[in-house]
Design a protein around this ligand. Sequence first.
Ligand SMILES: [Zn+2]
Length: 87
Amino acid sequence: MDTSNPVLAEVVEKHKNEVLSQIRAEYDARAKKAARAKRVRDNVRANPQRPKGRNRNALCYCGSGKKYKLCHLRQDQQTIRKMRVKA
Ligand SMILES: [Zn+2]
């Protein structure tokens, strides 16, 4: 390809920029999605639901299909205990 032709070079440059901005946009979207997921994870970690306020016989929030008391109850209690020790 003869890129010494200024018109052609401009077209190539424009196309390159378009492709680059598309890639960048896609990358940004993925990064935003990952950041959102991380925020949700951090939020869950920072604000664990108190077992007291939960129905222990209801299905666990993690989607395991097990009852909360048989699934994450113990884990949540430990998390809260650790937070109390720190505070
Ligand atoms: Zn669970």
